[in-house]
Design a protein around this ligand. Structure first.
Ligand SMILES: [Zn+2]
Length: 348
């Protein structure tokens, strides 16, 4: 920063405070607001960027991934120097550089039944930056339960969808897209995606979030915006509540306790493994042990990335979670996890 130009919020926000739709009152509301962004990939890195620039006071960023080369064509918060870093760590740094007026909380976690409510219950709006329907269902249910507006976005290829779910006022995600299975849905690595597709949908999500927070205009509550960028066809559909929706009827049973400990990441040979109990690791001490045996690829404040044997790359996070890259099967991944934990961590 140029020391002779101090950061003055009045000047930083001057071009939006002048908006009659926002004004100083709206700006103050944004400053007092708390938003959780679940997933800071193609959608979330764009919505996080615009929410930070708009001056939302608190942003909680939640993502399990590290930055990879094939992310960079669309995930605008990251650059080449961020490769291998936990996405939330790189995103938090970039946002603090862009707007020191925003408080950012980076959480390098995956969304699970046992943590989703804790992560969202104290925010005003939740923004969906996820890439799979299973965790979207978890998020939808938690948001409905705690009555937190859920800004839904999805993007693939040259298409995208957008809505604001706020039951009981509006339908929820499961009213509109019930019983979908990830195995039956297209993924970014197979279908592909343009950076501008996620850029537009992520920007629209930021727009809807700002409108909700500052009470501006009409949001997409009760509507689904369907965007076809190939033909530039946009349609806004009325979406009804589904009378037999378990979420809106309040009769959900937590069904999925199917091994949440271990999960393949969308579209690559990477397995995420969670620790069997909550832990907080001393990364400094573990680093000293690891560097004697393995080639360290990265050490950051939230993770250590190193080369295990046989081309396997391991990202070990502060909370005991591991991403194990280049493995063929779960059994092998779990074996690697246990051997690292046993040798390096248990005795720490
Ligand atoms: Zn519903």
């Amino acid at each position: 920063m140029n020391v002779d130009i101090p950061f003055d919020p009045q000047i930083f926000y001057s071009r939006q405070i002048v908006l009659r739709e926002l004004g100083p009152q709206g700006q103050k509301k944004l400053k007092q607001s708390r938003v959780a962004i679940i997933g800071v990939g193609g959608l979330g890195s764009v919505s996080a960027l615009y929410l930070a620039l708009a001056g939302v006071g608190f942003l909680r960023l939640i993502d399990q991934d590290t930055v990879e080369l094939h992310n960079l064509h669309r995930q605008v918060l990251y650059s080449l120097e961020n490769l291998r870093y936990p996405k939330v760590e790189a995103a938090a740094k970039r946002i603090r550089d862009l707007n020191p007026n925003v408080e950012v909380e980076p959480i390098p976690e995956n969304i699970r039944t046992d943590n989703v409510e804790e992560l969202i219950k104290d925010v005003d709006v939740v923004v969906d930056g996820l890439d799979n329907i299973r965790t979207r269902y978890l998020l939808n249910r938690a948001c409905a339960k705690h009555r937190i507006p859920y800004v839904f976005g999805a993007a693939i290829g040259l298409e995208g969808n957008l809505s604001v779910f706020a039951p009981p006022e509006t339908p929820c995600l499961e009213c509109v897209f019930p019983n979908f299975k990830d195995e039956e849905l297209p993924t970014c690595d197979v279908r592909g995606v343009l950076g501008s597709t996620t850029g537009i949908i992520g920007t629209l999500q930021a727009m809807e979030t700002i409108k909700l927070l500052a009470n501006i205009g009409e949001t997409l509550k009760g509507k689904l915006l369907v965007c076809d960028f190939e033909n530039m066809y946009f349609v806004k559909l009325d979406i009804p509540k589904r009378s037999d929706c378990p979420v809106c009827q309040g009769v959900t049973t937590e069904k999925s306790h199917i091994s949440e400990r271990l999960a393949w990441l969308c579209g690559h040979k990477t397995v995420n493994i969670n620790p069997s109990r909550p832990m907080l690791l001393d990364l400094e001490r573990i680093y000293e042990k690891l560097e004697k045996r393995f080639k360290i690829l990265l050490k950051s404040s939230l993770a250590i990335v190193f080369e295990f044997y046989g081309g396997v790359e391991v990202s070990l996070f502060k909370n005991g979670r591991m991403l194990i890259k280049n493995v063929e099967d779960e059994e092998n991944a779990l074996k690697i996890y246990k051997s690292i934990m046993n040798e390096l961590i248990v005795e720490v």
